[in-house]
Design a protein around this ligand. Sequence first.
Ligand SMILES: [Zn+2]
Length: 123
Amino acid sequence: MNIKCLICKKNFILKRAFKDLLSCKKAYVCDKCVKENPIKIQFNYLPLTNHQLEIVSLFEKPYLNYDAFIIEYSQIYQLLATRNKPIYLYDSFVLKEQNLLEFDYLATQLDDDIIILTNTYID
Ligand SMILES: [Zn+2]
């Protein structure tokens, strides 16, 4: 099956082994782009007044196409969702004084910690 890579825009072939020949295997990024853009999950914890803001970032640099790693995002999201805390998704999350105040207010209103899942975290 010929697929266009969502990062480099080149066509690539999705390799299959005999055991997954009939499965619905999906990929949106070619092997070269996966090697050049490895996922490095980082956890950053910021204290709020009564709760905490947890920022889970996947990459060290921002990406143009948010959909390229949607499979990995959904797997990480499902893991985080088991903790039953509000999760917010950002393409790139830039920490500013103003949005820290907003998350502090939101955490107080929800009476819970907040998780942010983002491509890139810039503090
Ligand atoms: Zn590529």
